[in-house]
Design a protein around this ligand. Structure first.
Ligand code: NAP
Ligand code: MG
Length: 470
């Protein structure tokens, strides 16, 4: 695959300061497909300086003009959709259909939403004898994971641009090619030099240098809770704003009276999509004891239909996980589930193919709330089905983890489901199969994070407030 041997800084591709390289591997066949430079603190410093220098100019561009440039960026993403889809599939392993509909489709919708929000948002409000100005926070450090390579970037860059901020992006080392294509799109859209900068590299070197850089005003991070905690501590010490989108262990609560077959099928799909590598994946299915065995058989049958294999083959529904470390980690959790006494009803720890980082679609029954697989984020195609006695029991189990990112409730009617959802300690709940909404605030309760992304709430994260009294 095509790759730039440089960093996109101040509107051009520039040679990296160091000589280290990152190999990009296709997880479906374990082949090296490209190399990108591994950034150092020196590259990060050059990028932050470029973003700082571009800030006053960009912040002064009238919001409708910023909106027009975000729209132009969206148009480039649309025009280059095929190329981006192929790149996401090559470096992440996601089946082509899912790459097109979700990995590229969703960020295009998010970019569109911020083009309209930038044009319509009230960056000024009147409160009594005050005029309140909502001003860009400044230079943003965006640190993104590999699980949705383009979406995670656009969910930070589009609102930051709409707010009038400038940025430095450090994408995941596993998926830098999608990030390079995004930088090309920014350039083609005519966004001024220095407003968006890209430094590829590893987390502990480039990521850490960026998060700790004194020229950064806001660190927006998506990834693991362990790294998020560290970034939050560093930002706190510097009295710097921080937004953290971390892990999840979301509950899919099926209440008596719900359409069981529909709820189970949707729940299994939610976990198997993207090979279970979604932070809001509904990895815990909660079923009433009277319907439990029926739900287990339905889930096992649904999981078995997730044929794994070459993600470029149209028949494939389940691709590999992103790398060998994730595969080993996920298999370790499957072993642990068996050891702790859960009942394996589909899949298992064995490799389904000789090559590639594949994990079989796996379903566990008889999972109890205290088991490791019911508490920790697995980030693989593994579903746990838990049994509850009554609604109070279901609520205790649903709320009984350190996480609170997503969730779903199914009931006979929307009112019953929504009443239960109000009692859940989590940032999002889908009611009777409610669809993803690019305008709805996305983010976590408890250890799932700080702050919100998407829509007007996501835009507010990139603004700071000034009051003028008259
Ligand atoms: P991660 O290490 O937290 O990676 C997220 C981003 O942070 C990547 O760009 C990473 O760079 C960077 N990073 C790593 N260490 C850093 C540091 N010390 N300072 C600054 N930046 C740093 O996550 P991961 O290792 O890829 O995945 C591990 C687990 O995290 C998964 O199994 C899953 O449980 C969770 N996860 C959650 C999400 C989510 O959307 N909430 C997404 C991905 C993963 P590198 O790419 O070089 O590591
Ligand atoms: Mg990592």
């Amino acid at each position: 695959m095509k790759a730039h041997d440089g960093m996109y800084i101040d509107g051009a591709w520039r040679p990296a300061a160091g000589r280290d390289r990152i190999e990009v591997v296709n997880p479906a066949d374990e082949q090296v497909i490209a190399e990108v430079p591994a950034g150092t603190a020196e590259d990060v410093d050059a990028a932050v300086r470029a973003a700082r220098a571009a800030l006053p100019g960009w912040a002064a561009v009238p919001a409708p003009e910023r909106a027009a440039l975000i729209e132009a960026l969206r148009d480039v993403l649309v025009a280059r959709k095929g190329e981006i889809v192929a790149t996401v599939t090559a470096e992440l392993g996601s089946p082509l259909g899912f790459s097109e509909a979700v990995h590229v489709g969703a960020p295009i919708a998010v970019a569109s939403s911020y083009a309209s929000l930038a044009a319509s948002y009230a960056f000024e409000e009147r409160l009594g004898n005050s005029t309140v100005l909502l001003e860009p926070i400044g230079v943003v450090a965006a640190i993104t994971p590999w699980n949705y390579p383009l979406h995670q970037i656009v969910a930070k860059v589009a609102p930051a641009l709409a707010a009038g901020c400038t940025l430095v992006l450090k994408p995941a080392e596993d998926t830098p090619l999608t990030a390079q294509l995004f930088a090309e799109a920014v350039h083609e859209a005519g966004i001024p030099a220095g407003v968006f900068n890209l430094v590829t590299g590893t987390g502990p070197v480039a990521g850490q240098a960026l998060a700790a850089h004194e020229g950064v005003d806001l660190v927006s991070f998506t990834g693991s809770t362990a790294v998020g905690r560290q970034i939050g501590a560093t930002a706190g010490a510097a009295v710097k704003r921080v937004a953290l989108e971390l892990g999840g262990k979301s509950a899919n609560v099926i209440l008596p009276g719900a359409d069981l077959a529909k709820a189970v099928a949707a729940g299994v799909g939610h976990v198997m999509n993207n090979s279970g590598q979604s932070c809001n994946a509904l990895t815990r299915m909660l079923v009433h004891r009277d319907e439990y065995e029926e739900a287990v058989s339905l889930a096992a049958a649904a999981a078995a239909k997730y044929a794994s294999g070459d993600p470029t083959d149209p028949g494939t529904r389940l691709g590999p996980v992103v790398n060998a470390k994730q595969r080993d980690r996920v298999r370790g959790y499957i072993d642990k589930g068996i050891k702790e006494g859960a009942r394996l009803v589909a899949g298992g720890p064995e490799a389904p193919h000789a090559q590639g980082y594949f994990v079989a679609p796996t379903v566990f029954a008889d999972v109890t709330p205290d088991m490791t697989i019911a508490q920790e984020e697995i980030f693989g195609p593994v579903l746990s089905i838990l049994r509850y006695e009554d609604e109070e029991d279901a609520l205790r189990i649903a709320n009984g983890t350190v996480y609170g990112l997503g969730g779903a409730v199914w009931a006979a009617d929307e009112e019953t489901a929504a009443a239960f959802a109000r009692r859940m300690d989590t940032g999002q709940v889908d009611i009777n199969g409610g669809r993803f909404n690019v305008l709805a605030p996305f983010g976590g309760y408890k250890q799932s994070g700080v702050g919100r992304e998407l829509g007007p709430h996501g835009l507010a994260e990139y603004l700071q407030t000034k009051s003028l009294q008259f």
